[in-house]
Design a protein around this ligand. Structure first.
Ligand code: BTN
Length: 349
C-alpha cells in the first residue's frame, strides 16, 4: 500500500489565504481574512504560521495585517498546481519527501488503479534508477524526480514512443525556461555540452495486445552544485545550475515540463505516432550521424537513418543493409564530415 501526501491542493483554507494575499498585492487585514473564511483571528494566525513553516515569507504588521513577500521554491502540489495549464497530464500531483524511487511509487499507484495523469514527485530517492538498472543519483533539495502515469490505448510495441515524447517535452522545457542549447542522445538522454543533464525511464505494464499503463520517470539535474557530483560523474553529468552559474526555480521548470508533456501527449493521441517520431528526429538531429551503438552485447556502426514507425533506431550499416535497434546505448557519435573543420563529438555520458 502506498501512502502519499498533498493531493493537488493540500489545504483549501491555506490556498484561500494565499490567493487573498496574492490578489491584494499588499496587506490584508486579519479581520478581513477571518470574515472571508469564517475563522477566528487566532486560527488565521495559526495558518499563517504553517505557511511560513512551508517557506512562504509572510510579513505581519500590527495595523495593516499580512503581506506575502515571497513564495518558496517548494516542490509542493500547491506551488506546481498554481497557474498550471495542463489538462490530461497532472490530473493529480503527489509530492513526497524521501522515497525509494518515484517510479516504484507511481507503479504501485497505477497497479492499484490510479488514473491517467497522476504525477509523483519526491524530494529525494534512495534507489533512484535509470535504464538497464543503473543508479540515478537523487540527493534532496536540488533536482527533479518525477514519475507520470499514462494509460494510452496502444499496443505494447508502441510504448517506447512515450520515451521519445518525454525527451521532446524535457528538451522543450529546458530551452523555454533557461534557453539552454540541449542535445538529445538516443534513446532517452538529454545533454548539454556533451554532459548528461536529464534521463528518462519508461516502465510498462502490458498484456499481449494492449498497454495497461506506462510509468514515465524523469530525472532532471536542476540546482545541483558542480562539486556535488561524485568524481566519476563530474565529467559526464551536469545540471542547469552548473551551466548557468545560478540557482533556478524548480517549480517553474516542473510546471513547464508538465505543460509540454500535456501538449505532446495530446498530439500523440490526436495525430498518432508519426508526429512524435518526426519531432524527436528533428530535436535529436539524428539523420546522417555516424553512430556506434551497443545492443545486447553486440556493437553496430553505421549512419543513422532515423526512427522506424515503432521507434526502433534504423542504422545503415552497409550499402544495401540497414538494421533496427530496439534497445541499447549510443557509445559514439561523429558528425558526417562535410568538409574541413568539422569537429567530432563523443557522447559517452
Ligand atoms: C536514465 O537515464 O537511464 C534514466 C534516469 C531516470 C531517473 C528518473 S528519477 C525519477 C524516476 N525514478 C527513478 O527511479 N528513475 C526515474
Amino acid at each position: 500500500m502506498v501512502e502519499t501526501s498533498n493531493p493537488k491542493f493540500d489545504s483549501p483554507v491555506n490556498e484561500v489565504i494565499l490567493t487573498a494575499l496574492e490578489e491584494c498585492q499588499g496587506y490584508v487585514s486579519g479581520e478581513d481574512l477571518s470574515r472571508q473564511l469564517g475563522l477566528s483571528r487566532a486560527a488565521i494566525w495559526k495558518r499563517i504560521r504553517t505557511l511560513r513553516q512551508d517557506g512562504y515569507r509572510i510579513e505581519a504588521s500590527p495595523h495593516r495585517g499580512y503581506r506575502l513577500v515571497e513564495r518558496p521554491d517548494l516542490l509542493s502540489a500547491r506551488e506546481i498546481g498554481r497557474k498550471l495549464k495542463a489538462v490530461r497530464v497532472a490530473a493529480e500531483i503527489h509530492t513526497l519527501g524521501e522515497v525509494s524511487s518515484t517510479n516504484d511509487v507511481a507503479y504501485e499507484l497505477a497497479f492499484q488503479g490510479a488514473r491517467e495523469g497522476v504525477v509523483v514527485i519526491a524530494e529525494s530517492q534512495t534507489q533512484g534508477r535509470g535504464r538497464m538498472s543503473r543508479f540515478w543519483l537523487s540527493p534532496a533539495g536540488s533536482n527533479l524526480y518525477l514519475s507520470l502515469i499514462l494509460r494510452p490505448a496502444i499496443p505494447p510495441r508502441l510504448a517506447p514512443l512515450l520515451t521519445y515524447l518525454g525527451v521532446i517535452a524535457t528538451a522543450e522545457a529546458l530551452s523555454q525556461c533557461f534557453s539552454l542549447k540541449v542535445e538529445v542522445k538516443w534513446p532517452n538522454d538529454v545533454l548539454v555540452r556533451g554532459r548528461k543533464l536529464a534521463g528518462l525511464l519508461n516502465e510498462v505494464k502490458a498484456e499481449t495486445d494492449r498497454v495497461d499503463f506506462v510509468v514515465l520517470g524523469f530525472g532532471v539535474n536542476l540546482n545541483m552544485e558542480a562539486d556535488a557530483f561524485p568524481a566519476e560523474l563530474s565529467e559526464k553529468a551536469t545540471s542547469v545550475m552548473r551551466e548557468l552559474g545560478h540557482r533556478i526555480s524548480r517549480v517553474e521548470f516542473t510546471r513547464s515540463l508538465l505543460e509540454w508533456l500535456d501538449f505532446w501527449y495530446n498530439e500523440f493521441l490526436l495525430q498518432g505516432a508519426d508526429v512524435i517520431i518526426k519531432k524527436w528526429e528533428a530535436v535529436a538531429r539524428i539523420g546522417g550521424k555516424t553512430l556506434e551503438v551497443s545492443s545486447f552485447g553486440d556493437v553496430y556502426r553505421g549512419v543513422a537513418e532515423g526512427l522506424d514507425h515503432d521507434g526502433a533506431l534504423v542504422i545503415r550499416t552497409g550499402k544495401d543493409e540497414t538494421i533496427r535497434v530496439v534497445a541499447g546505448d549510443v557509445t559514439n557519435v561523429s558528425v558526417q564530415p562535410q568538409g574541413p573543420g568539422v569537429t567530432e563529438e563523443f557522447l559517452d555520458a
